[in-house]
Design a protein around this ligand. Structure first.
Ligand code: ARG
Length: 460
């Protein structure tokens, strides 16, 4: 037990299996940079308040810088016997610089250290993720602008409903991501609070200056309660819930891309470099990226449930249970970044197949509502118009033709208020152009929304 940093009160060595079972270094080594960053700020503060002298601070700074470099170059041999990233770094520091290394832990605990490390790390990841969402939104806006006039069937119940524009459809995804972006930035506010100085749970008797440390680490402020500071993980749960909503959106989007690339829809083409083939069926080109993103959504939901369950019965303050927060959090961040990245990379290269989308829109009586609205304008109550158009549709099903393909004579058998001008509303172009109000599918409105979106993205 001599070799443990906490070995003083122990009479026998830790059981070898228990040592490995309780260690976290295998995964928390990922926080090495943040751990060093926190230690540097803590040391600088200890010097400012007179706990460390100038020489000790200089030794610690130089030692930590060397460890950071070694870690970046993969030269650190992380030790399971040293349990976690905090004690690995501290032991290594003491090996390098001697006595000053042993003073670094004054006025702090691994409990406030880990809480601080995770927040520093997650803050960086959130900023990167915000950039990836922005990149994906940019791709969507450009695609929407390019395809503002392209018509496809809009669906409800996955049955053809009304014609819409492809640009309008892409801007719907843009809006969902816009809310995701806002949720992410809001969650960042609660991540960016500094627990360091809470020490083990009650604070410390040293004259620490937490405002100073907080500024050094660019936190908004120190946490206001030490018990809460060391034991709160709701910031991580909130992040994972934001990530779950983003993945839910990407999963729905994935489902559409998978459908749209199938021969049955044939609405779009994804470049070969985002697809893979089959080892047995030579003709196959599979939309693996969206399929995988859809599948990975389950991992992120799983992490959310893991973290919620991890926290639900913990009494104040820190409990070792919390060591289990890292793997789900890391996995959430990796999965989310990978999914956003593949979508952002792919979006500019989505090719539409306007002819085929048009054909699909023509097959499902997509302008039936337009015919009903036309009859209403001519004075018929909407319910009666609904009935009349229903009959016209039944005739179309029987004779295998769209409403726009019927002759005026054929249409007139359903109502004599129908005249030649009916064909202006029965065309796909007429139908989308008519929905020309805020939020409507008309190309003109789509282009307005594109302009608003571009300005908002440029202002980020
Ligand atoms: N490895 C621990 C964690 O991840 C660090 C804090 C441990 N503190 C303690 N007193 N055992 O939460």
């Amino acid at each position: 037990s001599e070799n443990k940093l906490w070995g003083g009160r122990f009479a026998e060595d830790t059981d070898a299996f228990v040592e490995a079972f309780t260690a976290s270094i295998m995964f928390d080594k990922r926080l090495a940079n943040q751990d060093i960053q926190g230690s540097e700020a803590h040391a600088e503060m200890l010097h400012k308040v007179g706990v460390l002298n100038a020489q000790e601070l200089a030794d610690i700074q130089q030692g930590l810088a060397a460890i950071r470099k070694d870690a970046a170059e993969g030269k650190v041999e992380w030790s399971i016997a040293l349990e976690d990233v905090h004690m690995n770094i501290e032991a290594r520091l003491t090996d390098r610089i001697g006595i000053a290394g042993k003073k670094l832990h004054t006025g702090r605990s691994r409990n406030d250290q880990i809480a601080t490390d995770i927040r520093l790390w997650l803050r960086e990841q959130v900023d990167f993720i915000a950039g990836e969402i922005t990149r994906l939104q940019q791709g969507l806006v450009e695609l929407a602008e390019r395809e503002a006039h392209t018509i496809l069937p809009g669906f409800t119940h996955l049955q053809v409903a009304q014609p819409i524009t492809f640009g309008h459809h892409m801007m719907a995804w843009y809006e969902m991501l816009e809310r995701d972006y806002e949720r992410l930035l809001d969650c960042r506010k609660r991540i960016n609070v500094m627990p360091l100085g809470s020490a083990a749970l009650a604070g410390t008797s040293y004259p620490i200056d937490r405002e100073f440390t907080s500024q050094l680490l660019s936190f908004d402020r120190p946490s206001r309660n030490s018990l809460d500071g060391v034991s709160d993980r709701d910031f991580a749960i909130e992040f994972t819930s934001v990530a779950s909503v983003i993945m839910m959106h990407l999963s729905r989007f994935s489902e559409e891309l998978v459908l749209w690339t199938s021969a049955q829809f044939d609405f779009i083409n994804l470049p070969d470099r985002f697809c893979t083939g089959s080892s047995i069926m030579p003709q196959k080109k599979n939309p693996d990226v969206p399929e995988l993103v859809r599948g990975k959504t389950g991992r992120v939901y799983g992490s959310l449930i893991s973290l919620m369950t991890l926290m639900k019965s913990q009494p104040l303050a820190y409990n070792k249970d919390n060591q289990e927060d890292k793997e789900p959090l890391f996995d959430t961040v990796d999965t989310l970044i990978g999914s956003l990245r593949s979508f952002a990379d792919m979006m500019p290269y989505v090719e539409t197949k306007p002819e085929s989308m048009r054909r699909a829109a023509m097959q499902g009586f997509a302008t039936a509502t337009d015919l009903a609205d036309y009859l209403v304008v001519k004075g018929m109550p909407f319910r009666d118009a609904h009935e009349v158009v229903g009959k016209a549709v039944a005739f179309g099903v029987e004779t295998k033709q769209d409403l726009s393909e019927m002759t005026l004579e054929e249409l007139k058998q359903f109502s004599d208020v129908i005249t030649e001008d009916v064909f202006d509303v029965l065309t796909l172009e007429g139908s989308v152009a008519a929905r020309n109000h805020i939020g409507g599918t008309a190309p003109e409105q789509v282009l307005l929304q594109v302009a608003v979106a571009k300005a908002s993205l440029a202002a980020r």
